[in-house]
Each structure stands twice: as structure tokens, then as C-alpha cells.
Design a protein around this ligand. Structure first.
Ligand code: XMP
Ligand code: MG
Length: 178
């Protein structure tokens, strides 16, 4: 599968060490609390799985599944929840875990739904941030890596549902799209 990549943007080792750093910082910050991790499926499944094992804290795990209908797999489209929003976050210390903050439309929608439930606190952790593409006013509290405006795959991120299992993050060869 690696042969489909034009280049590796972030290596497996770089991801591992950054995830460990974020885990240590969150462990310190949430000491004596019991946060709820909220994984935004499916893109942040891999990041969530690795990050939660770097948290030396009692915590619970919930997930919501979103999909955006896209004209093309690499162009943002309208969002929808593919499952009803059944997570109750009221009074909880919530840590939202997302793969990538791009236009911000996904997260401004999700954060709005969550805030309406009055959580005790709400933190947004994203593995990747593409600030150059922002349309909605949403910023992450913790960013793993700031990336340029390239469509990336791997470590949970997909192109047409594939490449999520790549251990690194990379850019596909143009021939894959045609
Ligand atoms: P927005 O634009 O709402 O983006 O911030 C949110 C969702 O779009 C997907 N996305 C990507 N997926 N490579 C991907 O595989 C990318 O470079 C990329 N940029 C955005 C992603 O699912 C994210 O949750
Ligand atoms: Mg996603």
C-alpha cells in the first residue's frame, strides 16, 4: 500500500512520539478527574486507540459516527450524523478526539451539539490541523501536527474508505485519483 504514496508526510515514529507527548500532558491536566473520550468515527479510531493507552487516568470512551456527503472523495460536502446523537455529556469532562481539522465544518457542528448539553468542560484534540482551509470559527485546544493543504491518508484517514490502516500519514500519487 505504501507504493500508492507519493511521499510520507509524517512517519510512524513521529506520530508515536507526538501521541505519547499529548497523552502525558492530558494525564497531568486531568489528574483527579475522569474524562470522557469522544471519538469521532471513523477517522479518529486509530488516533483514539493509541492516545487512550497513553492516558494514565480513569476515563470512559464514547463515539459518534459522522459522514459528509461529498461530490468527490477529497472535497468537503454536507454533514450528517449516521447514528443518532445518543451520547450524554452533561456534567462530564469531555475530550473530543478528531483526526483532522480542515474547513472546521464538522467540528463546529459537533462542538455545538455538545455544548448544548452543558458538559463540565470541553476540550478538542486533533491529530492534524490544516489552518489554511478554515471556513468555520473553530480552533483545537491540542494539535498533533499542523499540515499544509494536501489531501492526506493513513493512520485512520481514508481515501474512498481505504488506506486507514497505513501506520504513517502520507500523500497519494496523483494516479490513484484518476
Ligand atoms: P472539515 O472540513 O469539516 O473536515 O474540518 C472534516 C472531515 O473531512 C475529512 N478530511 C480529510 N480526510 N484526508 C482525509 O482522509 C484529508 O486530508 C482530509 N481533510 C479533511 C475528515 O474526515 C475530517 O473529519
Ligand atoms: Mg473524519
Amino acid at each position: 500500500m505504501n507504493q500508492d504514496l507519493a511521499y510520507v508526510m509524517i512517519s510512524e515514529e513521529e506520530i508515536r512520539s507526538r501521541v505519547r507527548e499529548i497523552g502525558l500532558a492530558l494525564t497531568e491536566e486531568y489528574r483527579d478527574r475522569e474524562p470522557m473520550l469522544l471519538c469521532i468515527m471513523k477517522g479518529s479510531l486509530v488516533f483514539t486507540a493509541d492516545l487512550m493507552r497513553c492516558l494514565d487516568l480513569p476515563c470512559t470512551l464514547e463515539s459518534i459516527t459522522l459522514s459528509s456527503y461529498r461530490a468527490a472523495a477529497t472535497i468537503p460536502g454536507d454533514l450528517s450524523l449516521t447514528t443518532p446523537f445518543e451520547v450524554d455529556v452533561s456534567g462530564r469532562d469531555v475530550i473530543v478526539i478528531e483526526d483532522i481539522l480542515d474547513t472546521g465544518r464538522t467540528l463546529s457542528y459537533v462542538m455545538g451539539l455538545l455544548k448544548a448539553q452543558n458538559p463540565a468542560s470541553l476540550k478538542l484534540v486533533v491529530l492534524l490541523d490544516k489552518p489554511s482551509r478554515r471556513e468555520a470559527a473553530v480552533e483545537a485546544d491540542v494539535v498533533g501536527f499542523t499540515v499544509p493543504d494536501e489531501f492526506v491518508v493513513g493512520y485512520g484517514l481514508d481515501y474512498n474508505q481505504k488506506y486507514r490502516n497505513l501506520p504513517c500519514i502520507g500523500v497519494l500519487k496523483p494516479s490513484i485519483y484518476s
